[in-house]
Design a protein around this ligand. Structure first.
Ligand SMILES: CC(C)(COP(=O)(O)OP(=O)(O)OC[C@H]1O[C@@H](n2cnc3c(N)ncnc32)[C@H](O)[C@@H]1OP(=O)(O)O)[C@@H](O)C(=O)NCCC(=O)NCCS
Length: 164
């Protein structure tokens, strides 16, 4: 039988989604520190974002435009009990499509580098790599990140950066 609860709809993030997003983040303490929580609260109302909805908000992504043709996915998360079901893929594919339509050709995402030896981020790196992101650098320490958290810089190309 068709079950509406499993239909994931991606839409622009609204100010009223803040609490639902913070609840998702609160449920993932091994991924997000209290500082990250504050930064997400700050970014959510100021940056372009998208929500994955399945009746309720089960995932979100927040993006910062860096220039006409580049952007960074600042935050992305899926509710703990809905991870690994394709929601993050649906969300990020939508975000990348919207950015491409808007002229973005390079998208960055920063995550914890494998040299940290911290298991929870293994599926996260696999997620970005599986969505076509390539690691181009490792920065340790990254200004603004807590010491001991080597940063992996990933990028995905949505188009060509070369003329002609
Ligand atoms: C990363 C995240 C946004 C991905 O969303 P998701 O809905 O779980 O991902 P999907 O189900 O669409 O994609 C699954 C892929 O991600 C990886 N993955 C995601 N969650 C996983 C899990 N719990 N166990 C194993 N692999 C997992 C796998 O590589 C899988 O690839 P495959 O579909 O090719 O097998 C989500 O898992 C999450 O919120 N993680 C914790 C917070 C986080 O790491 N945010 C990003 C910070 S940079």
């Amino acid at each position: 039988m068709w079950n509406d609860a499993f239909v994931v709809h991606v839409r622009p993030l609204l100010t009223g989604d803040l609490d639902a997003c913070l609840d998702i983040v609160r449920g993932l303490p091994e991924f997000f520190t209290a500082g990250a929580m504050e930064a997400i609260r700050h970014d959510l109302g100021r940056r372009r974002g998208w929500a994955a909805e399945e009746g309720a908000v089960v995932g979100f992504a927040v993006v910062e435009r860096r220039s006409r043709a580049t952007a960074e996915i600042l935050w992305a998360a899926v509710r703990r009990d809905r991870r690994g079901l394709g929601i993050g893929t649906r969300l990020i594919e939508h975000v990348l499509g919207a950015l491409a339509e808007d002229g973005v050709v390079l998208v960055e995402v920063k995550t914890l580098d494998r040299s940290a030896g911290y298991d929870p981020y293994e599926p996260t790196r696999a997620f970005w790599e599986g969505r076509g992101f390539l690691q181009i650098d490792r920065i340790d320490p990254l200004p603004g990140w807590q010491p001991g958290n080597p940063c992996a810089i990933y990028v995905a190309a949505l188009g060509t950066t070369r003329p002609g």
